[in-house]
Design a protein around this ligand. Structure first.
Ligand code: DQA
Length: 149
C-alpha cells in the first residue's frame, strides 16, 4: 500500500461555502475533501485531508507529512503570504509539494501576489475554484508516479 497524499488547508478555509462565495464559490471544504479523495482514488492513493486555523498545527502536519506522505498539497490560506515557518517546514519535505488556491491570487490585492510557499513547491494551481484541488491531486499523482518509474 502506497503512502497517502496529504491535503493541508490553512486559516478560514473551514468557512468555504459561506465565506465570500463570489470569490471562493459555494462548495464546502467537506465537499472538496470528497472530490480530492475521489480523484486520488482513481490514481490509487488515499488522502489525508485536514484544515487548521493555527500556523503551528500546520507546521506539525507538514513535519508529519515529511515522514508519512507520498506528496503534499497545500492551500496555506492567508499564511501563504506571511509564514516563514510554513516555508521552512515545506523546505524540509523531500516528497513533491503542490501549492493550491481557489482564487487566482495574482489578479487580487497586491499583498496576495507574493507567496512564501511557491519557492518550495514543485508547482502551483490557482484560480479554478474547488476544481483547483482536483487538478492538484492529478498533478501530484503524476509527479509521484513519474518519480516511481
Ligand atoms: C486562498 C487565497 C488567499 O489569499 C486567502 O487568504 C485565502 C484563500 C485561496 O484559496 O484562494 O484564505 O488561499
Amino acid at each position: 500500500m502506497s503512502k497517502p497524499i496529504y491535503v493541508l488547508n490553512g486559516p478560514n478555509l473551514n468557512l468555504l461555502g459561506s465565506r465570500e462565495p463570489e470569490i471562493y464559490g459555494r462548495t464546502t471544504l467537506a465537499d472538496i475533501g470528497d472530490m480530492a479523495a475521489a480523484e486520488a482514488k482513481a490514481h490509487g492513493f488515499e488522502v489525508v485531508f485536514r484544515q487548521s486555523n493555527h500556523e503551528g498545527e500546520l507546521v506539525e502536519w507538514i513535519q508529519e507529512a515529511r515522514l508519512k506522505a507520498a506528496g503534499v498539497i497545500i492551500n496555506g490560506g492567508a499564511y501563504t503570504h506571511t509564514s516563514v515557518a510554513i516555508h521552512d517546514a515545506l523546505r524540509a519535505v523531500d516528497v513533491p509539494v503542490v501549492e493550491v488556491h481557489l482564487s487566482n491570487i495574482f489578479t487580487r490585492e497586491e499583498f496576495r501576489h507574493r507567496s512564501l510557499i511557491s519557492p518550495v513547491a514543485k508547482g502551483l494551481i490557482v484560480g479554478f475554484g474547488a476544481n483547483s484541488y482536483v487538478l492538484a491531486v492529478d498533478a501530484l499523482a503524476s509527479l509521484i508516479e513519474e518519480a516511481a518509474e
